[in-house]
Design a protein around this ligand. Structure first.
Ligand code: PRT
Ligand code: ZN
Length: 213
């Protein structure tokens, strides 16, 4: 019996639609009806797991899923032992430090000794260390942008796309510390059989991308 390649994609969010389209454009058919947690393809040896994006790197590290699609921000922050299979070019964004608009900013040294709120303590910590700056990192899981206005922190470090959210919270972007797009990650100990199913998918993705250009 052939084994199915297990593919972890975000259940609902900014990565979901493009992730599913990637496989659909490759001719892989499956039913991702609302509320489904799992779907098996009707015409290709693959099954899909629909998960929170934050859980995907751990599932791929453990081999519960063979491949998964997440933002590079989530992949790097998770610090899991997975292979980087392919950059996918969608869900582009950046991770930036922002401060209240009214405050002066001369350079990263201005963050010395300050409190910075973020959901990305690892990426932020690495950046500050590389700049020789010591700040206090406050890890919070959501609504990071309101931290300065409620007195929780002087600055924030969060995902930015259009910049509209920073603007409407009275903040200005002062440092871009990481650029991100969607990435396909893989289990490091995949069987040969699954690797060859993955190779077929990668071959089809390349063909679809070549046809578009
Ligand atoms: O529920 P689950 O945990 O699966 O999803 P999630 O809420 O954690 O993630 P989701 O769906 O919001 O984002 C998934 C991935 O999309 C992120 O990890 C990024 O790689 C990427 N991405 C691209 C973004 C954005 N653009 C983005 N704009 N993730 C978040 N945002 C947020 C940003 O933090 C800001 O608060 O959207 C808000 C609006 O951004 P502006 O700058 O356009 O106003
Ligand atoms: Zn998430």
């Amino acid at each position: 019996m052939t084994q199915n390649l297990r593919i972890a994609v975000q259940k609902s969010g900014r990565l979901s639609e493009d992730s599913l389209n990637l496989f659909k454009e490759c001719g892989i058919k499956f039913d991702n009806g609302a509320g489904k947690l799992k779907a098996t393809s009707s015409n290709f040896p693959a099954e899909f797991l629909f998960l929170r994006d934050d859980d995907i790197p751990g599932y791929v590290e453990d081999g519960v899923a063979d491949i998964g699609i997440v933002g590079q921000n989530v992949h790097v922050e998770s610090n899991k032992n997975v292979s980087e299979v392919k950059l996918l070019g969608f869900s582009k964004c950046r991770l930036s430090i922002a401060i209240p608009r009214s405050e002066e900013y001369r350079g990263v040294q201005d963050l010395q000794g300050k409190d910075i709120a973020t959901s990305y303590p690892i990426i932020l910590g690495n950046y500050l260390q590389s700049q020789g700056v010591q700040s206090h990192i406050h890890e919070i899981s959501g609504s990071v942008e309101i931290a300065p206005s409620i007195g929780l922190a002087h600055a924030v470090c969060d995902i930015v796309s259009s910049g509209g959210t920073l603007l409407s919270n009275g903040l200005k972007e002062v440092e871009v510390i990481f650029r991100s797009e969607a990435i396909m990650i893989g289990y490091t100990k995949m069987s040969e059989e699954k690797q060859s199913i993955l190779n077929q998918i990668l071959f089809r993705i390349d063909a679809v991308q070549r046809a578009k250009n």
